[in-house]
Design a protein around this ligand. Structure first.
Ligand code: FRU
Length: 536
C-alpha cells in the first residue's frame, strides 16, 4: 500500500498528530457519534466501528474472560489517516462493547498494526501488583520522516497495560526494534511465546520477506533470521504476518503456520492473505517439504479466495483448555476500501473464525470454520427439503424470514460428467443480484458481485467474478454461507475453500434462490437460519 500511503499522506499533511488530539479523545472517552447501526449497508453481526475509518484488526488477546480486539482507526474521518488503535471487548467474539481508543499517535509516529500478549511471568518487568502486564507491540510510522524522504520511518515499539487493557502507557525505551536505516516497509509485528526455545518470537514484514526476532523480556530484541523472499506470491508488499504453532487435527503432531498478507497481488486481485506450513526451531522457519512445491515460482496457497479478507491475524493467549486458533480479518481491500459507499463509517471485520490444520492426501491444509459462538445468533430456522433443481428454486416464500441476515447450510450433489453450475442467488426488486456458486466443469467456486448494486465507485470492485479452486473430490459439495446485509462468506467443503466478498445493493437483498444454470443439481438437505443483530 505504499502508493496509497503516499497519496493519503498528501491529504493529511496538515493533520500532524499532537497531544491535543490525545487530550480531546481522552476527555470524550468514547467515539462521540454513537450509531444506531441502522445505516444502509451496515453489517448487523460483524464488528464495525460506530463511526469513521477502520482497517486491520490488531492486538487481539484473551484475558480474564474477555476477547480484546483493537483495530487500525482514524477517528476523524471515513478515509485512512493518522492511525490510532481503536478498541472493543467481547465475552464471545460475537457481541462487542466499544471502549475508548487505546493508542494515540505520538512524537514517534502513527500507531500502525501489531499484536498484544499477556506477559504471564512479567518477563518485561512492566507489571504491577503481581498481575501480568499486557504488552502491545506495534509499528510506529513517522509520517514527518517519510515526508522528509527518510527511509527509516517505520520501527517497532511497545506499550503496556496493568488494568486489563483499559489504559496504556508507551514504553520509554521505544523503539524496541529500530529500523536499520534503509527498509521503508518494516512493520506489523506479531509476537508469540515459544516454549521450546524459551523466548518471545516476533515476526514482522520487511517489504518482500519476514524478519524473525527473539527476546527474553519483550524490550530487547535480537535478529534471528529472514524468510520468504523466494516463496509464495510477491505481487505486492508483504504486510501483517502471523506465525504460530498448531496441532494437526486428530494427531499429536505440531506444525507451524505462517499467515502472510500482501497488497496487491491477492488471489483475485488487490489485498489477499496466503499461508505457509512448516516448522520453527527457535531461529528459522522452514517449509514443510510437501508444501514447498505449492509455493515455489510465485505460486501461493490462499487462506481466503474472496477479495475481502485482509490483514487477518490470530488471537493470543486463548486458554489451553479451549485450544482453538482464532482468527479475524479486515473485510475490505485496499483496491477500494476508501471509496466504498458507506457514509459514516468504513469497513467491518470478517466473522471470527477457527483455523485448523489437517493432513489431507495432498498434504497439510488449513481448514477454516466460523466459530461456534455464532450459533447463538440463530433465531428462526427453516429446513430445506431434498429437491432436484434445474433452473431456479425460490426459497424466499418458504423461509418465513428475510435472507438479509442469514446463515445457510446446503449439501449439493451433482453428476460427474454432466456440466453443472449451481449455487445461491440473492436479489431485490431493483433487479440487482449477487451469486455465489460452483462451476463443476471448471472445478471452481465463484462469487459474482458484478450485478450486485453499486459498482461505479471503483472500476476494481465489480469487474469480474472471483474464483476459487475446489480441493475436495467428493461428489457432495457443501456450502456454509453467511449473508450479512453487505457481505457473503462461504466456507465450502468444511472450510477447505473460503471466499469472502462485500457488496452494496441499492436496496437490501430480500430474495434468495437456489439455481442450477446448466445441467441439474440435487439439494440433499439444507438449513437456513435468520441471524439477529449484535447491536440491538
Ligand atoms: C495493512 C497495513 C499495514 C499497516 C496498516 C496501516 O492493511 O498497510 O501494513 O500497518 O495497514 O494502517
Amino acid at each position: 500500500m505504499n502508493k496509497l500511503l503516499t497519496i493519503l499522506t498528501a491529504l493529511f499533511l496538515g493533520s500532524l498528530i499532537c497531544s491535543c488530539q490525545e487530550h480531546r479523545w481522552a476527555q470524550s472517552g468514547k467515539t462521540d457519534t454513537a450509531s444506531s447501526y441502522n445505516e444502509q449497508h451496515r453489517s448487523q453481526f460483524h464488528f464495525s466501528p460506530e463511526a469513521n475509518w477502520m482497517n486491520d484488526p490488531n492486538g487481539m488477546f484473551f484475558y480474564e474472560g474477555e476477547y480484546h480486539l483493537f483495530y487500525q482507526y482514524y477517528p476523524d474521518s471515513t478515509v485512512w489517516g493518522p492511525m490510532h488503535w481503536g478498541h472493543a471487548v467481547s465475552t464471545d467474539m460475537v457481541h462487542w462493547q466499544h471502549l475508548p481508543i487505546a493508542l494515540y499517535p505520538d512524537s514517534l509516529g502513527f500507531i500502525f498494526s501489531g499484536s498484544a500478549v499477556v506477559d504471564w511471568k512479567n518477563t518485561s518487568g512492566l507489571g504491577e501488583n503481581a498481575q501480568p502486564p499486557i504488552i502491545a507491540i506495534f509499528t510506529h510510522h513517522d509520517m514527518a520522516g517519510e515526508k522528509a524522504g527518510r527511509q527509516d520511518y517505520q520501527y517497532q515499539s511497545i506499550a503496556y497495560s496493568n488494568d486489563r487493557g483499559r489504559s496504556w502507557t508507551k514504553y520509554e525505551g521505544n523503539p524496541v526494534v529500530p529500523n536499520p536505516g534503509n527498509i521503508r516497509d518494516f512493520r506489523d509485528p506479531k509476537v508469540i511465546w515459544d516454549d521450546a526455545s524459551n523466548q518471545w518470537v516476533m515476526v514482522f514484514a520487511a517489504f518482500d520477506h519476514i524478519k524473525l526476532y527473539g527476546s527474553k523480556d519483550l524490550k530487547s530484541w535480537t535478529h534471528l533470521s529472514d524468510w520468504g523472499k523466494e516463496y509464495g506470491a510477491h505481487g505486492g508488499v508483504w504486510e501483517c504476518p502471523d506465525m504460530f504453532p498448531i496441532t494437526v487435527e486428530g494427531t499429536g503432531e505440531k506444525k507451524w503456520v505462517l499467515l502472510q498478507s500482501l497488497n496487491p497481488g491477492g488471489a483475485n486481485g488487490g489485498s489477499g492473505t496466503q499461508y505457509f506450513v512448516g516448522d520453527f526451531n527457535g531461529k528459522n522457519f522452514t517449509l514443510d517439504a510437501a508444501f514447498e512445491p505449492l509455493v515455489k515460482d510465485g505460486k501461493a496457497v490462499w487462506l481466503d479466495y474472496g477479495r475481502d479478507n485482509y490483514a487477518g491475524v490470530t488471537w493470543s493467549d486463548i486458554p489451553k483448555d479451549d485450544g482453538r486458533r482464532l482468527f479475524i480479518g479486515w473485510m475490505s481491500n485496499w483496491d477500494y476500501a476508501t471509496v466504498v459507499p458507506t457514509e459514516t463509517w468504513r469497513s467491518a471485520t470478517t466473522l471470527p473464525r477457527e483455523l485448523m490444520l489437517k493432513k489431507t492426501s495432498e498434504g497439510y491444509r488449513i481448514f477454516t470454520q466460523p466459530v461456534k459462538e455464532l450459533q447463538a445468533l440463530r433465531t428462526a430456522s427453516h429446513k430445506i427439503e431434498r429437491a432436484a433443481v434445474a433452473g431456479v428454486l425460490d426459497l424466499t416464500p418458504q423461509l418465513g424470514f428475510s435472507p438479509v441476515q442469514m446463515e445457510l447450510i446446503l449439501e449439493f450433489e451433482y453428476e460427474a460428467g454432466v456440466p453443472a453450475d449451481f449455487g445461491v442467488a440473492l436479489s431485490n426488486a431493483k433487479g440487482e443480484q449477487y451469486r455465489i456458486g460452483f462451476d463443476a466443469a471448471a472445478k471452481q467456486f465463484y462469487s459474482d458481485r458484478t450485478k450486485a448494486g453499486h459498482l461505479s465507485f471503483s472500476d476494481k470492485f465489480g469487474a469480474k467474478p472471483h474464483v476459487a479452486p475446489r480441493f475436495s473430490k467428493d461428489k457432495t459439495v457443501r456450502f456454509h454461507l453467511f449473508f450479512d446485509v453487505a457481505s457473503a462468506e462461504l466456507f465450502a467443503d468444511d472450510g477447505t475453500t473460503v471466499l469472502t466478498d462485500i457488496f452494496f445493493p441499492g436496496e437490501n437483498f430480500n430474495q434468495v434462490k437456489i439455481y442450477a444454470w446448466k445441467g441439474k443439481v440435487k439439494v440433499l438437505n439444507g438449513d437456513a437460519y435468520s441471524l439477529k443483530s449484535i447491536w440491538k
